[in-house]
Design a protein around this ligand. Structure first.
Ligand SMILES: O=C(O)c1cc(=O)[nH]c(=O)n1[C@@H]1O[C@H](COP(=O)(O)O)[C@@H](O)[C@H]1O
Length: 232
């Protein structure tokens, strides 16, 4: 069983558009991330169809609510047969414990990870929310709490991966967006790393959207990145 390190972000408005891309990819080379836009438009049926096509699916719904509601949502997501799902670490200890307990009871438990600080946020946006610590310190605090609650890992910027890898050990899963091959457009991402650099910094899995989804030949783009990170 292969363990592809690339997770392709399916940021599409509907199943037809997403499926056009999916048909051109290869489940041996990547997993797929379904987020709020596609899930809200198409629901669990499309997620199940991706699973049936042999893809590992990261259901990126970033649950954040009271513990009971998040636990029930995680149980429902687990029943879809997804490979990974996530919650917001800022939902706190009781919420994350409830999420983990719900996932553990699934017939085939998915990996459960937590979002620390979104890559779209900076210190100024944190201060506005009353968080006065430096950004990296806050990321580390949320990631440490996530680990203490027994979750499998976090979503973070690849730039935070070295700190988290050092402090939280080799077995903690670091999922990092903001990845750009050396020759790719930055789009709206600011703090980016190349696929190879992100893995060398300690990332476990790379979330990659437009460099693959907008490529003239998405499978060729996926193969080229796979080649770049071979052996890392
Ligand atoms: O949770 C995410 O996946 C995520 C978290 C974050 O902090 N930053 C971030 O860019 N993402 C997602 O990662 C993907 C990046 O897509 P591209 O910028 O096209 O490679 C998008 O689906 C974003 O929603």
């Amino acid at each position: 069983m292969t363990d592809p390190k690339i997770i392709v972000a399916l940021d599409y408005p509907d199943a037809a558009a997403a499926q056009q891309l999916v048909a051109r990819l290869d489940p041996a080379l990547c997993r797929l991330k379904v987020g709020k836009e596609l899930f809200t438009a198409e629901g669990p049926g499309f997620v199940s169809s991706l699973v049936d096509q042999g893809y590992g699916v990261f259901l990126d719904l970033k649950f954040h609510d009271i513990p009971n509601t998040v636990a029930k949502a995680c149980a429902a997501a687990s029943r879809l047969g997804v490979w990974m799902l996530n919650v917001h670490a800022s939902g706190g200890r009781a919420m994350m414990n409830a999420a983990r307990e719900a996932v553990e009871q699934a017939a085939k438990p998915p990996m459960l990870i937590a979002v620390t600080v979104l890559t779209s946020m900076n210190e100024a946006t944190l201060h506005e929310l009353g968080v006065s610590s430096p950004l990296q310190e806050h990321v580390l605090r949320l990631a440490s709490l996530t680990q203490a609650c027994g979750l499998d890992g976090v979503v973070c910027s690849a730039q935070e991966a070295p700190l988290l890898r050092t402090k939280l050990g080799q077995d903690f899963c670091l999922v990092t967006p903001g990845i750009r091959p050396a020759d790719a457009s930055l789009d709206d991402q600011n703090r980016v790393l190349t696929p190879a650099a992100a893995l060398l910094q300690g990332s476990s899995y790379l979330v990659i959207g437009r460099p693959i989804t907008k490529a003239a030949d998405p499978l060729a783009a996926l193969r080229s990145i796979t080649e770049e990170i071979k052996g890392l």
